[in-house]
Design a protein around this ligand. Structure first.
Ligand code: MG
Length: 393
């Protein structure tokens, strides 16, 4: 065994030997928008991951809402902890399926950077305010952040990530122009990108259940009607016997994650063994995505998702907060449109190139929950209210 440091070329050779034929290999990346010298030790995808973790947008995730808008407890998830839970699920999936862990992890770590304050409530409100100006979509905003809005390098805008990471962040089209060439869409994204999508969903379904139960907005009785929960809980109870309530809850959540991950690994491995795409290029042209649950678990998962939508995401307590957050964002947007002098000079400086609405949307989308509420309180003290003057037509 050699004790010399492992150089990037050696890491790339290990990837070629270890990964499945359809996995993404960092040594075969389609490259970055701006050519850069490779790193002596880190692979291209490891470098993408590191750039994402060091970005300003990543640090803001800590103060952005997942579901629970009021931060009434220190144990609830926020977008940062959601992202980290998703990333570790992605590593497990990628490792088991012989895919590129660094790439899957990079995509998950970046996938929520474009979220507005106040979660999907904020996204819907901003999309409504931007109607007629291209709208707003958090996935497209994520790509905009990594491709353009982050400024760390004198030579280029953005983080200059590889094509493969950017492809994983491109979910669907959007009607507003992108400042650089967007990654080209194929029939399917890489399996690493598919892993990132499933990991995001596994993470939020389970931690929202956990937070929902902890907050008292959901009850154990309600969940007995959800087959995936009921079956998993029965198995855990049989194994555990009597256990304190929080321990039982933690064990059921862990078993649920395990069940979804295991089923996904086994069903996808079977689908891949049958389809056997010769390469990543061949995989991108497959008519169906090859990462998939078994038919039974897929149905159960849909049932759980439906339950969470009805019982948690539209719970009257959550809805009550929703109104307040929508109003805050709308007030801020209108105030900034009518009185640009309220904006930081750096935002106003972008009016010429981007147009005022997009520059304001970027500013609003970048806000954390607490910053948006503080800005709104400042406006209210200055005399702007929900009856802020209408937009000039
Ligand atoms: Mg997410």
């Amino acid at each position: 065994m050699s004790f010399a440091p492992r150089r990037r070329e050696a890491a790339e050779a290990e990837e070629r030997a270890r990964l499945a034929p359809w996995a993404a290999r960092s040594g075969e990346s389609a490259g970055r928008l701006f050519a850069e010298a490779e790193h002596p030790y880190r692979t291209a995808f490891a470098r993408d991951r590191d750039r994402i973790v060091h970005s300003r947008a990543f640090r803001r995730l800590e103060y952005k809402t997942q579901v629970f808008i009021r931060h009434e407890g220190d144990h609830y998830r926020n977008r940062l902890t959601h992202t980290l839970e998703g990333a570790q699920i992605a590593r497990t999936l990628a490792r088991a399926l012989r895919l590129n862990e660094d790439l899957a992890e990079a995509v998950v770590l970046a996938h929520d950077l474009g979220h507005t304050p106040f979660g999907h409530v904020g996204e819907r409100a901003l999309n409504e305010l931007m109607r007629g100006d291209g709208g707003f979509d958090h996935n497209r905003q994520t790509l905009r952040i990594v491709d353009w809005l982050e400024r760390r390098n004198p030579a280029f805008h953005g983080l200059n990530l590889t094509f493969e990471t950017r492809e994983g962040l491109l979910k669907h089209g959007c009607s507003w122009p992108h400042p650089v060439e967007p990654p080209q869409r194929r029939a399917q994204p890489s399996l690493e990108a598919q892993v990132a999508d499933f990991s995001d969903e596994i993470a939020y379904l389970n931690h929202d259940l956990d937070d929902g139960l902890r907050s008292g907005l959901l009850s154990l009785e309600q969940l007995e009607d959800v087959p995936l929960w009921a079956r998993t809980r029965a198995e855990v109870a049989q194994r555990l016997g009597r256990a304190p309530q929080p321990v039982l809850r933690a064990q059921v959540i862990a078993a649920l994650i395990n069940r979804l991950v295991t089923d996904l690994v086994e069903s996808s491995a079977a689908a891949l063994a049958e389809a056997r795409p010769a390469s990543l290029a061949a995989l991108r042209e497959m008519p169906q995505p090859l990462l998939r649950y078994s038919a039974e678990v897929s149905q159960w998962k849909i049932g759980l998702k439906r339950f969470l939508f009805e019982a948690l995401y539209h719970h009257p307590e959550v809805d009550k907060e929703r109104q307040r957050c929508e109003t805050a964002l709308a007030d801020l947007y209108r105030a900034f449109r009518n009185r640009p002098e309220l904006l930081p000079a750096s935002v106003r400086a972008r009016f010429g190139d981007e147009g005022a609405p997009r520059a304001i949307a970027d500013h609003l989308a970048g806000m954390t929950d607490r910053f948006a509420l503080a800005e709104h309180a400042k406006l209210q003290r200055a005399g702007f209210t929900a009856e802020a003057p209408a937009l000039p037509s």
